[in-house]
Write a protein that binds this ligand. Structure first.
Ligand SMILES: [Zn+2]
Length: 388
């Protein structure tokens, strides 16, 4: 069991405050157009982390052309290196809320230090809390050479918030067969399950005529698209579901009399449930076209998969983490992620990657905050995980 001293806690806090003050907002439209990093400013944090990783004695430290920071901590002398793993956290913050000129505010509450902002920006605990916890873990082992650890790889990624965080992950550098993202929220949460995700694009084709002489001739694609959306089950929408319930989320609608297009995101935790959702979309589109006398075409595009299946093939990866939680006196809880993570993409690439809590809260908002006590617990979990 690791003991987190006041000195360690203060060092963790200082690190965190240093990182959140570096502006790293990403840009999803640039990321969607293929630019990585989507914003050059993410290199500012990358360069600082590279320097600090070198000071902490890691080897092979580098920033890739696409702004991934990589480094490797060699195993302690005589330690078994067979089951190394990679720790990941993302450097960018979400664009919906400003991340420039973050001014952290510290409040003492019930023996805890709460870190928030002055209300004009987000805090960036998502995911700089994760970065600070990983870096402090490395510092802990440097200061406590008597505590043995295995080989640990580190990867800090750009553009997670744009959904492109793993587009150019340096798999040529990462040798580990398993990984952990440090990108969760509440104390004790251990995330092993996320949505299956599919994007459905539904096209309607109508017949255009002059509106004055349209009777019996016009087939209006815009009306078909509106009808199609209205026919989706209201109780299976993002705003009416929670927990393990899936949904249909109409994301975009556009059209004219001749052509209209609808984009719907499908989300479901089970593979079978996802197949049923795709089938329902096709059926509703065809029924709509039939009623109005138009045509329809449906295209489904896979987005990401529930990481549960990949993790079930590697139970030791999750078990190791459960043990690390328990050694820190934490009983893990397993909430479903109603979205995807870098970990779900890595799992799909064959590197099973569950997600660890960070002690950050109210992500993506100006009321975002973090608890130093909870962050210290995450640090303890990471030290336990790496220790032998
Ligand atoms: Zn995050």
């Amino acid at each position: 069991m690791a003991f987190i001293s006041d000195g360690q806690k203060n060092a963790l806090l200082e690190r965190f405050l240093r990182y959140v003050q570096i502006w790293t907002t990403s840009d999803s439209s640039r990321a969607d157009s293929g630019f990585q990093p989507s914003t050059e400013r993410q290199f500012d944090l990358a360069r600082l982390l590279k320097e600090e990783l070198e000071q902490l004695g890691l080897s092979d430290v580098q920033i890739t052309e696409k702004c991934y920071v990589y480094g490797r901590l060699q195993a302690s002398d005589g330690a078994n290196v067979s089951d190394s793993f990679c720790l990941l956290a993302h450097m960018d913050t979400v664009e919906e809320c400003s991340g420039q000129n973050v001014k952290p505010v510290l409040t003492q509450k019930d023996g805890d230090t709460i870190i928030s902002t002055d209300g004009s920006t987000l805090l960036g605990a998502d995911d700089k809390a994760g970065i600070a916890e990983i870096m402090q873990t490395l510092a802990f082992f440097k200061e406590n050479p008597q505590i043995k650890h295995g080989e640990i790889e580190i990867c800090f990624s750009p553009d997670e918030e744009t959904g492109h965080g793993m587009d150019n992950v340096p798999l040529n550098l990462i040798k580990s067969k398993q990984a952990y993202t440090v990108d969760g929220g509440n104390l004790g949460e251990l995330e092993t399950e996320c949505f299956n995700a599919c994007k459905s694009e539904i096209k309607f084709t109508g017949i255009s005529t002059h509106t004055g002489s349209a009777r019996g001739k016009m087939v209006n694609a815009t009306v078909m698209a509106a009808n199609f959306i209205a026919s989706l089950p209201r109780h299976e929408a993002p705003e009416t579901t929670c927990g393990f319930e899936g949904f249909f989320a109409p994301m975009e609608i556009s059209g004219t009399i001749e052509k209209a297009e609808v984009t719907v995101f499908l989300r479901d935790f089970s593979t079978e449930g996802m197949e049923n959702r795709k089938a329902l979309i096709e059926k509703l589109a065809q029924t709509t076209a039939l009623i109005f006398g138009g045509k329809t075409e449906v295209k489904h595009t896979f987005q990401y998969a529930n990481m549960k299946n990949g993790l079930e093939n590697s139970p030791q990866t999750v078990q190791k983490l459960v043990n690390a939680y328990k050694s820190a006196g934490i009983e893990p809880i397993f909430p479903p992620i109603r979205g995807g993570t870098d970990g779900s993409q890595l799992t799909e690439m064959g590197i099973p990657t569950p997600n660890i809590f960070t002690g950050g809260h109210d992500f993506h908002s100006r009321s975002e905050w973090a608890s130093l006590n909870e962050m210290s617990k995450a640090l303890e979990v990471l030290i336990n995980l790496c220790s032998i």
